[in-house]
Design a protein around this ligand. Structure first.
Ligand code: S3P
Length: 451
């Protein structure tokens, strides 16, 4: 199935304006989870119905949680408490969403009923052993399928057994990689455990789960790359809450890079999430010499937000690796578009986790750049890009391979190409940025979806 095609014309005029971006995907997942497990009525504002978040929402509806749409972006959740989820009568479909599958596995591992988690073709190839093994270590009963080519790896569908008359135990665990999905799955399972959950990561991954747990009064302490959640006492409950969801910096990144690449442009994304563990993109843009302004505006449930603006800039090559790579992991494909227009050769290192995202994003990004005539070479844990700052890029036909971030990166490169760019298979954009086309159009770009 190839799905719809996006056609984007080279920008013939500056992009200008201030736009809203979809609600932060990571925070929206967590907000739905904590709201469903709360003992109160919760209101989530600015919720944007990206398909990944809808997968999490529907999983809770299937387990008896009442979730209502109150009109423009407002979602009301009536929490059922930590012990109130009901056995679903069908497999929970996580679609394309790794966050749904991994975080929900943490919640389901502790339930007194059995459940099954399934996903689309891309999600069914992604590694789940990283979540399954430590959960089994603390007493969960989970079985998956052996990966077709990596026999030590476990993939979906995952079957989670019922824990009847038993409780998960404490866990002392060193994560083999920086992964917020893994860390969050283990912390969520820790809400139901009899002992503490002590975790350490090689580098701190995004800390939305920790921030939300602390804001909601859970007994969690974080210091550097370690985090400790104490077992809950019987009297402890998650209170009802209200949250004004910040916009997703990972989505804003596409708009902001468009502003940097197209001549004479000046663009702003409003109400954009500015959690420091997510702001690697901003530091990377500064390294590329991009003209960037950030205006903090406030915070909701410990999550800061503000306005971010970019202006077209002459870019120089950068070097992205180590903790900066972790803090910008989802933005590496769009940062590669900046590298494509920078003077010099940019090196992306320590990004091997990209090989197990929605696609192998190292190989896919290098291929995508090649389709625009930009030289790039991959190595096992990263890739290099030789910038082509002058003249238009070669326009072409590309296929997203079903990866939303690759589809949107191709669209932004198309703005500085020498003719219309045709991008096949773009339905996936709706997983994270349902109004992508409308948002770029509002800034002055010319693009349309066909098919
Ligand atoms: C996410 C964590 C990241 C990121 C993903 C969303 C999350 O993955 O790539 O898009 O919401 O926890 P890791 O678990 O590999 O850090």
């Amino acid at each position: 199935m190839t799905g719809k095609r996006l056609v984007i014309e080279p920008a013939r005029r500056a992009l200008r304006g201030s736009v809203a971006v979809p609600s932060d995907k990571s925070i929206s997942h967590r907000a739905l989870i904590f709201a469903a497990l709360s003992n109160g009525n919760c209101t989530l504002r600015r919720f944007s119905y990206g398909e990944d978040n809808v997968s999490t929402l529907q999983a809770f509806v299937a387990m008896g949680v009442q979730i209502a749409d109150n009109g423009p972006g407002e979602v009301a959740v009536r929490g059922v408490g930590l012990r109130g989820l009901r056995e679903p009568d069908r497999p929970l479909d996580c679609g394309n969403s790794g966050t749904t599958m991994r975080l929900m596995t943490g919640v389901l591992a502790a339930q007194p009923f059995r459940s099954e988690l399934v996903g689309d073709a891309s999600l069914s190839r992604r590694p789940m052993g990283r979540v399954v093994f430590p959960l089994v270590q603390r007493g969960a009963v989970i079985t998956g399928r052996r990966h077709p080519s990596r026999s030590h790896e476990v993939t979906a569908p995952l079957e989670v057994g019922a824990l009847v008359g038993k409780q998960l135990g404490g866990l002392d665990y060193r994560l083999p990689m920086a992964s917020a999905q893994l860390k969050s799955a283990l912390l969520l399972s820790g809400l139901f455990a009899s002992g503490p959950t002590r975790l350490s990561e090689p580098v701190v991954s995004r800390d939305h789960t920790e921030r939300m747990m602390q804001a909601l009064g859970m007994p969690l302490r974080a210091a550097g790359a370690t985090v400790e959640l104490q077992p809950l006492t019987d009297a402890m409950a998650i209170p009802g809450f209200e949250l004004d969801l910040p916009g997703d910096l990972s989505a804003a990144a596409f708009v902001l890079v468009a502003g940097l690449l197209v001549d004479q442009s000046e663009v702003t994304t409003r109400h954009t999430g500015l959690n420091p563990t997510r702001c690697g993109f901003l530091d990377a843009v500064r390294q590329f010499g991009g003209d960037l302004a950030v205006a903090p505006r406030g915070s909701s449930l410990n999550e800061p937000h503000g306005e971010v603006s970019t202006r077209s800039s002459r870019l120089r090559a950068a070097s992205i690796g180590g903790e900066l790579a972790v803090r910008s992991i989802d933005e590496i494909p769009i940062l590669a578009a900046l590298a494509a227009r920078a003077v010099g050769t940019t090196e992306f290192s320590d990004v091997d986790e990209l090989r197990v995202k929605e696609s192998d994003r190292i190989a896919a990004t290098v291929r995508l750049l090649g389709a625009f005539g930009v030289e790039a070479d991959e190595h096992p844990t990263g890739f290099v890009v030789r910038g082509q700052p002058d003249g238009a890029l070669k326009a072409g036909r590309v296929d997203s391979g079903g990866d939303h971030r690759l589809a949107m990166t191709a669209a932004i490169l198309g703005l500085v190409a020498d003719g219309p760019t045709f991008i096949e298979n773009v339905d996936c954009i709706a997983t994270s940025f349902p109004r992508f086309v409308e948002t770029l159009s509002a800034l002055g770009a010319t693009l349309r979806v066909e098919g």
